[in-house]
Design a protein around this ligand. Sequence first.
Ligand SMILES: [Zn+2]
Ligand SMILES: [Zn+2]
Length: 173
Amino acid sequence: MNPKSWQKSKEFINLISDNITVLMESSEFGVIQSQLMSLIQSLDKRYGVTINCVIDVIDWEKERILPLLNTGISTEESGDVFRTWNDALPQKYVVNGDIHVVPQDYCPNCWSDWGFKWKKRTCPECGIKLGEECKILLDSDVCPHCKDGIISMNNPVCDKCRFKIDPNCVVWG
Ligand SMILES: [Zn+2]
Ligand SMILES: [Zn+2]
């Protein structure tokens, strides 16, 4: 997504996500939760059950789908219920000269799963290559590997995870 679309989407997704939380803590949802518990008690111990609320952005022109939020409840082996969250951190890229933003384990070009980009440098779906037509845009000093340490053009080794940036794979913004 372009940075503007990403920003707008995140604003609304945060609002929706807050309301999903309100809904999940309401008495109406309590009914569903107790039915879920009944289901789990009626199943063999090896099984678990989840209820997920997924928000996808769909690009009709390029026929691609990007999940921006996945939250719900899931049962543990002990039978307890816990809340699940999957709102991956965003990463900026430059692909053929344009800036794109996607959750970090996705391809900025085709929106397919593409984790461990530093090791697997080719998107398994569309074939773009990190370090060639695709580069990671670093416009802050946050380490793109652990999202915790500090990294810069002059200091390309993360002070927390010791990850070393390959200068061919990044564009400093
Ligand atoms: Zn791709
Ligand atoms: Zn790091």
